[in-house]
Ligand binder design. Sequence first.
Ligand code: AHR
Length: 344
Amino acid sequence: MKRFGRMGAVLMVALSMMMVAACGGNNSGGGASAGDSSAPSESAGNSAAAPAKSITLGFSQVGAESGWRTANTKSIQDSAKDAGFTLKFSDAQQKQENQIKAIRSFIQQKVDVIAFSPVVESGWDTVLKEAKDAGIPVVLTDRAVDSKDTSLYVTFLGSDFVEEGKKAGQWLMDQYKDTSEDVNIVELQGTTGSAPANDRMKGFKDAISSNSHLKIIASQTGDFTRAKGKEVMQAFLKAHKDIDVLYAHNDDMALGAIQAIEAAGLKPGVDIKIISVDAVKDGMQAASEGKINFIVECNPLLGPQLMKVVQDVVDGKTVETRIVTEETTFTSEQAKEALPNRQY
Ligand code: AHR
């Protein structure tokens, strides 16, 4: 009995030493200061079942500005967990400086891969070079950067925003193909300098350029948020009595604008035709009620594809340098049909 007790004690000591060693690994503190709400938070996926050397992914998210973003964050967190990766997640609250800080913190912590969705297109070369020099591969998701040096990142996984803008413009072209009168369009743009704002504007303009009756009479940023969408639409309605069409770069801004249109005593979807991008549940609901006439889908569920790319990169496999998400469009009728099965 005594002998058995001593052996038990030895086993206990060995076991606790192993546990301390396991907890100490991969937790070097990071560079973000205490109290900083953009500081990376960590969630270990499947810790019980995780293999000895699990992959650590640092992910810097844009923020929580829209329904799309909320669905995108959930997709990434759920998929990292399913893949058994350790995810260091940081919310940049729509600020580039916070993203740069997070990326530097990930470099310090020696994560295996860094992924991020850049809030704006420009100004990334220095920090991406730092990641490259540290030997940490970077994956862009959702939004692109305009760096000339494409060796600074492995791949860009996400939508073709120019194509989304074109689809929106093409729908309008079809609606007004026989018009002999001017059609006044107002545009609610996404975050200034962001890839989706730049590209959705470009694609839309290109698509409508051959019909000189389609005129963009006002264009302003609503920062992809509902509150700003409402505020800017109120200003548009005050300044222009003859708005025929609203093109909003996302559903949240369109939903804010709908509130402003209704408050002005007008019928959204009838007095003012509305085109938007994303196809999140709330947008699809408004479309099914006829308040939004046409939605171009932008798929936020990028998590599973991202985890596959991360695994391939770690395994040393070749990955495509551009991975484009497949997307569709919805008229009001199609939105009504699709709404019951909409995931986000
Ligand atoms: O980058 C994707 C865009 O960002 C979505 O269309 C918009 O809703 C989000 O905020």
